[in-house]
Design a binder for this molecule. Structure first.
Ligand code: ZN
Length: 288
Protein backbone atom coordinates (compact mmCIF):
# COMPACT_ATOMS: atom_id res chain seq x y z
CA UNK A 1 0.00 0.00 0.00
CA UNK A 2 1.22 3.50 -0.79
CA UNK A 3 1.49 5.89 2.13
CA UNK A 4 -1.29 8.42 2.45
CA UNK A 5 -3.33 10.29 4.98
CA UNK A 6 -6.99 11.21 5.12
CA UNK A 7 -8.77 14.20 6.56
CA UNK A 8 -12.27 13.51 7.76
CA UNK A 9 -15.04 14.62 10.06
CA UNK A 10 -17.38 12.55 12.19
CA UNK A 11 -20.52 13.14 14.25
CA UNK A 12 -21.68 16.02 12.01
CA UNK A 13 -18.33 17.80 12.22
CA UNK A 14 -18.08 17.71 15.98
CA UNK A 15 -14.98 15.52 15.67
CA UNK A 16 -12.19 16.31 13.24
CA UNK A 17 -10.17 13.26 12.21
CA UNK A 18 -6.82 12.57 10.61
CA UNK A 19 -5.31 9.15 9.96
CA UNK A 20 -2.17 8.11 8.12
CA UNK A 21 -0.31 5.04 6.95
CA UNK A 22 3.40 5.94 6.83
CA UNK A 23 5.21 2.60 6.56
CA UNK A 24 7.26 3.50 3.46
CA UNK A 25 8.02 7.00 4.74
CA UNK A 26 9.39 5.69 8.03
CA UNK A 27 11.34 2.98 6.20
CA UNK A 28 12.85 5.67 3.98
CA UNK A 29 13.94 7.62 7.07
CA UNK A 30 15.39 4.45 8.59
CA UNK A 31 17.41 3.66 5.47
CA UNK A 32 18.73 7.19 5.08
CA UNK A 33 19.78 7.51 8.71
CA UNK A 34 20.37 3.89 9.70
CA UNK A 35 18.08 4.15 12.74
CA UNK A 36 17.98 1.18 15.11
CA UNK A 37 14.59 -0.09 16.33
CA UNK A 38 13.93 2.15 19.35
CA UNK A 39 15.15 5.18 17.38
CA UNK A 40 13.02 4.10 14.38
CA UNK A 41 9.93 3.95 16.59
CA UNK A 42 10.58 7.38 18.12
CA UNK A 43 11.36 9.03 14.79
CA UNK A 44 8.57 7.15 13.00
CA UNK A 45 5.91 8.22 15.51
CA UNK A 46 7.13 11.81 15.30
CA UNK A 47 7.14 11.80 11.48
CA UNK A 48 3.63 10.31 11.42
CA UNK A 49 2.14 12.87 13.80
CA UNK A 50 3.97 15.77 12.15
CA UNK A 51 2.74 14.88 8.66
CA UNK A 52 -0.86 14.80 9.97
CA UNK A 53 -0.28 18.20 11.61
CA UNK A 54 1.06 19.38 8.25
CA UNK A 55 -2.27 18.38 6.74
CA UNK A 56 -3.96 20.89 9.08
CA UNK A 57 -2.06 23.70 7.32
CA UNK A 58 -2.78 25.50 4.07
CA UNK A 59 -0.78 26.39 0.96
CA UNK A 60 2.95 26.68 1.57
CA UNK A 61 2.75 26.77 5.38
CA UNK A 62 5.12 24.41 7.19
CA UNK A 63 5.37 22.89 10.62
CA UNK A 64 8.42 21.76 12.59
CA UNK A 65 8.27 19.60 15.70
CA UNK A 66 11.29 19.38 18.00
CA UNK A 67 11.45 16.89 20.82
CA UNK A 68 14.40 17.78 22.99
CA UNK A 69 14.76 15.11 25.66
CA UNK A 70 17.67 14.12 27.86
CA UNK A 71 17.51 10.46 26.78
CA UNK A 72 20.08 8.79 24.56
CA UNK A 73 18.27 9.70 21.30
CA UNK A 74 19.13 13.36 21.77
CA UNK A 75 16.93 15.61 19.68
CA UNK A 76 14.13 14.43 17.38
CA UNK A 77 13.21 16.87 14.63
CA UNK A 78 10.51 16.55 11.99
CA UNK A 79 9.03 19.01 9.55
CA UNK A 80 6.13 18.73 7.15
CA UNK A 81 3.95 20.74 4.82
CA UNK A 82 0.33 20.65 3.73
CA UNK A 83 1.13 18.36 0.78
CA UNK A 84 2.11 15.23 2.71
CA UNK A 85 5.85 15.85 2.44
CA UNK A 86 7.73 15.14 5.64
CA UNK A 87 11.31 14.67 6.78
CA UNK A 88 13.04 14.25 10.11
CA UNK A 89 16.03 12.99 12.04
CA UNK A 90 17.24 11.97 15.47
CA UNK A 91 20.59 13.10 16.87
CA UNK A 92 21.63 9.55 17.74
CA UNK A 93 20.10 6.99 15.37
CA UNK A 94 21.91 4.03 16.92
CA UNK A 95 19.66 3.59 19.93
CA UNK A 96 18.00 0.31 20.73
CA UNK A 97 16.84 -0.86 24.16
CA UNK A 98 15.21 -4.02 25.42
CA UNK A 99 11.43 -4.07 25.03
CA UNK A 100 9.49 -2.49 27.89
CA UNK A 101 7.17 -4.37 30.27
CA UNK A 102 4.37 -4.22 27.67
CA UNK A 103 6.60 -5.86 25.07
CA UNK A 104 6.88 -2.60 23.12
CA UNK A 105 9.89 -0.62 21.97
CA UNK A 106 10.97 1.52 24.93
CA UNK A 107 10.61 4.94 23.32
CA UNK A 108 10.01 6.67 26.65
CA UNK A 109 13.44 5.61 27.92
CA UNK A 110 15.14 6.71 24.70
CA UNK A 111 13.44 10.14 24.74
CA UNK A 112 13.79 11.01 28.43
CA UNK A 113 12.61 14.28 29.94
CA UNK A 114 12.65 17.69 28.32
CA UNK A 115 10.46 19.79 26.05
CA UNK A 116 8.37 19.40 22.91
CA UNK A 117 8.17 22.48 20.76
CA UNK A 118 6.12 23.12 17.64
CA UNK A 119 6.81 25.94 15.22
CA UNK A 120 4.40 26.75 12.40
CA UNK A 121 5.63 28.96 9.61
CA UNK A 122 2.43 30.50 8.30
CA UNK A 123 4.00 32.70 5.64
CA UNK A 124 4.41 36.49 5.58
CA UNK A 125 6.68 36.24 8.63
CA UNK A 126 3.80 34.93 10.73
CA UNK A 127 4.95 32.27 13.19
CA UNK A 128 3.16 30.23 15.79
CA UNK A 129 5.28 28.61 18.48
CA UNK A 130 4.13 26.35 21.26
CA UNK A 131 6.23 24.59 23.84
CA UNK A 132 5.26 22.03 26.46
CA UNK A 133 7.19 19.73 28.78
CA UNK A 134 7.60 16.12 27.70
CA UNK A 135 4.95 14.52 29.91
CA UNK A 136 5.32 10.93 28.75
CA UNK A 137 8.17 10.36 26.32
CA UNK A 138 5.97 7.96 24.33
CA UNK A 139 5.40 10.82 21.85
CA UNK A 140 1.66 10.36 21.11
CA UNK A 141 0.78 11.37 24.67
CA UNK A 142 3.17 14.30 24.43
CA UNK A 143 1.39 15.64 21.34
CA UNK A 144 -1.97 15.06 23.04
CA UNK A 145 -0.73 17.26 25.88
CA UNK A 146 0.61 19.81 23.38
CA UNK A 147 -2.79 20.11 21.63
CA UNK A 148 -4.65 20.47 24.92
CA UNK A 149 -2.22 23.01 26.38
CA UNK A 150 -0.82 25.07 23.50
CA UNK A 151 -3.72 24.95 21.07
CA UNK A 152 -6.56 24.43 23.57
CA UNK A 153 -7.98 21.61 21.44
CA UNK A 154 -8.85 18.43 23.33
CA UNK A 155 -7.40 15.67 21.16
CA UNK A 156 -6.55 12.00 21.01
CA UNK A 157 -3.29 11.17 19.28
CA UNK A 158 -2.02 7.69 18.47
CA UNK A 159 0.99 6.56 16.45
CA UNK A 160 2.81 3.27 16.16
CA UNK A 161 5.76 1.70 14.38
CA UNK A 162 6.38 -2.03 14.02
CA UNK A 163 10.00 -3.02 13.38
CA UNK A 164 11.15 -6.39 11.96
CA UNK A 165 14.02 -8.38 13.51
CA UNK A 166 16.21 -7.27 10.58
CA UNK A 167 15.35 -3.64 11.54
CA UNK A 168 13.21 -2.78 8.52
CA UNK A 169 9.83 -1.14 9.10
CA UNK A 170 6.88 -3.54 8.88
CA UNK A 171 4.17 -0.98 9.58
CA UNK A 172 3.76 2.60 10.69
CA UNK A 173 0.90 5.03 11.02
CA UNK A 174 -1.34 6.94 13.33
CA UNK A 175 -4.37 9.11 13.96
CA UNK A 176 -5.33 12.45 15.45
CA UNK A 177 -8.89 13.15 16.59
CA UNK A 178 -9.86 16.63 17.68
CA UNK A 179 -12.91 17.58 19.64
CA UNK A 180 -14.73 20.60 18.23
CA UNK A 181 -17.17 22.78 20.15
CA UNK A 182 -20.55 21.09 20.46
CA UNK A 183 -19.26 17.57 20.96
CA UNK A 184 -21.07 16.12 23.95
CA UNK A 185 -19.84 13.72 26.60
CA UNK A 186 -21.48 10.69 25.03
CA UNK A 187 -19.44 11.15 21.84
CA UNK A 188 -16.24 11.60 23.82
CA UNK A 189 -17.03 8.56 25.99
CA UNK A 190 -17.60 6.47 22.86
CA UNK A 191 -14.29 7.59 21.32
CA UNK A 192 -12.37 6.92 24.53
CA UNK A 193 -13.90 3.46 24.81
CA UNK A 194 -13.14 2.61 21.18
CA UNK A 195 -9.54 3.83 21.43
CA UNK A 196 -8.99 1.85 24.64
CA UNK A 197 -10.38 -1.31 23.03
CA UNK A 198 -8.71 -1.10 19.65
CA UNK A 199 -5.70 -3.29 18.83
CA UNK A 200 -2.33 -1.58 18.57
CA UNK A 201 -2.34 0.68 15.53
CA UNK A 202 0.83 -0.72 13.96
CA UNK A 203 -0.62 -4.24 14.15
CA UNK A 204 -3.73 -3.10 12.27
CA UNK A 205 -1.59 -1.46 9.61
CA UNK A 206 0.50 -4.61 9.25
CA UNK A 207 -2.78 -6.43 8.55
CA UNK A 208 -3.42 -4.00 5.70
CA UNK A 209 -5.78 -1.50 7.35
CA UNK A 210 -6.11 1.75 5.40
CA UNK A 211 -6.33 5.18 7.07
CA UNK A 212 -10.09 5.10 6.46
CA UNK A 213 -10.38 1.71 8.17
CA UNK A 214 -8.31 2.94 11.13
CA UNK A 215 -10.82 5.74 11.67
CA UNK A 216 -13.71 3.27 11.40
CA UNK A 217 -12.21 1.52 14.43
CA UNK A 218 -12.59 4.70 16.45
CA UNK A 219 -15.63 6.66 15.29
CA UNK A 220 -19.11 5.44 14.40
CA UNK A 221 -18.73 4.24 10.80
CA UNK A 222 -21.98 5.78 9.58
CA UNK A 223 -20.98 9.21 10.87
CA UNK A 224 -17.52 9.23 9.24
CA UNK A 225 -17.18 11.54 6.26
CA UNK A 226 -13.83 11.47 4.42
CA UNK A 227 -13.01 14.94 3.10
CA UNK A 228 -9.66 14.49 1.43
CA UNK A 229 -6.89 12.01 0.80
CA UNK A 230 -3.25 13.18 0.51
CA UNK A 231 -0.26 11.05 -0.56
CA UNK A 232 2.52 10.98 2.06
CA UNK A 233 6.22 10.77 1.26
CA UNK A 234 9.62 11.35 2.81
CA UNK A 235 10.96 14.38 1.01
CA UNK A 236 13.95 16.51 1.83
CA UNK A 237 14.16 20.11 0.69
CA UNK A 238 17.91 20.53 1.07
CA UNK A 239 19.92 21.98 -1.80
CA UNK A 240 23.37 23.38 -2.38
CA UNK A 241 21.92 26.89 -2.33
CA UNK A 242 20.41 26.29 1.15
CA UNK A 243 23.68 24.83 2.44
CA UNK A 244 25.57 27.85 1.08
CA UNK A 245 23.11 30.19 2.81
CA UNK A 246 23.67 28.33 6.07
CA UNK A 247 27.44 28.61 5.70
CA UNK A 248 27.09 32.31 4.93
CA UNK A 249 25.26 32.65 8.22
CA UNK A 250 28.31 31.35 10.08
CA UNK A 251 30.07 34.66 9.42
CA UNK A 252 33.19 35.94 7.73
CA UNK A 253 35.79 34.64 10.20
CA UNK A 254 34.45 31.09 10.05
CA UNK A 255 34.35 31.10 6.23
CA UNK A 256 37.91 32.46 6.01
CA UNK A 257 39.06 29.71 8.32
CA UNK A 258 37.37 27.09 6.09
CA UNK A 259 39.20 28.52 3.08
CA UNK A 260 42.60 28.70 4.78
CA UNK A 261 42.54 25.49 6.77
CA UNK A 262 40.37 23.15 4.72
CA UNK A 263 40.49 24.65 1.21
CA UNK A 264 36.74 24.02 1.03
CA UNK A 265 33.97 22.57 3.13
CA UNK A 266 31.83 19.49 3.35
CA UNK A 267 28.32 19.50 4.78
CA UNK A 268 25.97 16.58 5.33
CA UNK A 269 22.19 17.10 5.44
CA UNK A 270 20.88 15.77 8.78
CA UNK A 271 17.56 14.88 7.20
CA UNK A 272 18.55 12.87 4.13
CA UNK A 273 22.26 12.17 4.46
CA UNK A 274 23.14 13.98 1.22
CA UNK A 275 26.77 15.16 1.29
CA UNK A 276 27.54 18.57 -0.23
CA UNK A 277 31.08 19.51 -1.22
CA UNK A 278 31.73 23.23 -1.20
CA UNK A 279 34.80 24.37 -3.12
CA UNK A 280 37.24 27.06 -2.09
CA UNK A 281 35.93 29.27 -4.92
CA UNK A 282 32.33 28.88 -3.74
CA UNK A 283 33.40 29.91 -0.24
CA UNK A 284 35.23 32.93 -1.62
CA UNK A 285 32.07 33.97 -3.49
CA UNK A 286 30.18 33.96 -0.19
CA UNK A 287 32.63 36.53 1.17
CA UNK A 288 31.97 38.96 -1.66
ZN1 ZN B 1 18.49 16.73 2.75
Amino acid sequence: MKDYLVKAIAYDGKIRCYAAVTTNTVEEARKRQDTWPTASAALGRTLTITVMMGAMLKGDDTITANIMGNGSLGKIVADANAHGEVRGYVSNPHVDFELNEKGKLDVKRAVGEGVLSVVKDLGLKDYFTGQVPIVSGEISEDFTYYFATSEQIPSAVGAGVLVAPDYHILAAGGFILQVMPGANDSIIDELEKNIANMPHISELIEKGYTPEQLLEQIVAKDSLKILESVPVQYKCKCSKARILRAIKGLGEAEIKSMIEKDKGAEATCHFCGEVYHITEDELKELLE
